[in-house]
Design a protein around this ligand. Structure first.
Ligand code: NAP
Length: 249
């Protein structure tokens, strides 16, 4: 089950947090993995070491995927390195939380470029090689906030809701070439991105979660692994929510 031997995966923003966990998980199942980072080379090399120490294969590639040319360079370098790409996980993301009255245009632009435009740039760059191979998996990390909305996160929620519409449209465009496109929507997962939240808000999230706990990095990585696997061959255009039941649509 979930054997990725012979496959090549690119995971954007995998120097830490959820992306790092996804990279390690895919490598543990046999994939050769490109660990992408923007500004944390030491962390990215530590993820590569964690993979190679267990007998896996991985390489770290720096690229700011919020920029079109950088995203294209990432994908081309991955192909030059491993000869193919079978799995693209668009995970890189950031926040600049602010009430709309106080939000600066730069905060809006940065979050939209990093979270949404990066998904477009990287997906566009892999679609042609995947079409030639007649197969591929594109998995986009959205958020429950893209489904429910969140005060103080108009920029983030718009970017994550945008990912969902993008994923469904892409799934319709590339399905005939045996390429699937799905989204994973995590709930609250403790990482560098979320450690700014006050304790009271974290308690309230737990209380509103039917499973009564926060999610783990592995909870999210397991969902990505499933969608990346041959076992998920007939699933496309879907949003898999990994949130302990916090948001039910
Ligand atoms: P994190 O710990 O802050 O990690 C973010 C990662 O993205 C880092 O590896 C960072 O690399 C990379 N990154 C940021 N901007 C980038 C860019 N322009 N180009 C390339 N890489 C970039 O965040 P996380 O919590 O693991 O979040 C990962 C994804 O899950 C995000 O899309 C986030 O929106 C989503 N998510 C998270 C949660 C949660 O509760 N944590 C919930 C729902 C969805 P560098 O450090 O090298 O810059």
């Amino acid at each position: 089950m979930f054997d990725l031997t012979g496959k090549v995966a690119v995971v954007t923003g995998s120097s830490k947090g959820i992306g790092a966990s996804i990279a390690v998980m895919l490598a543990a199942q046999g994939a050769r993995v490109v660990v992408n980072y923007r500004s944390s080379p030491a962390e990215a090399e530590a993820v590569v070491a964690a993979i190679t120490d267990r007998g896996g294969e991985a390489v770290a590639i720096q690229a700011d995927v919020s920029q079109s040319e950088e995203a294209q360079r990432l994908i081309q370098t991955a192909i030059d390195t491993y000869g193919q790409i079978d799995i693209l996980v668009n995970n890189a993301g950031t926040t600049r939380d602010q009430l709309i009255m106080k939000m600066k245009d730069e905060e809006w632009d940065l979050v939209l470029q990093t979270n949404l435009s990066s998904v477009y740039y990287c997906s566009k760059a892999v679609v042609r090689p995947m079409m030639k191979k007649r197969g591929g998996r594109i998995i986009n990390i959205t958020s429950v906030v893209g489904l429910s909305g969140q005060a103080g996160q108009t920029n983030y929620a718009a970017s994550k809701a945008g990912i969902i519409g993008f994923t469904k449209s892409l799934a319709r465009e590339v399905g005939s070439r045996n390429i699937t496109a799905n989204a994973v929507a995590p709930g609250f997962i403790p990482t560098a991105l979320t450690n700014v939240l006050p304790e009271a808000q974290i308690e309230s999230i737990k209380q509103n979660t039917p499973l009564g706990r926060l999610g783990t990095l592995e909870d999210v990585a397991n969902a990505v692994l499933f969608l990346a696997s041959d076992e998920a061959a007939f699933i496309t255009g879907q949003v898999l929510t990994v949130d302990g039941g916090l948001v039910m649509q």
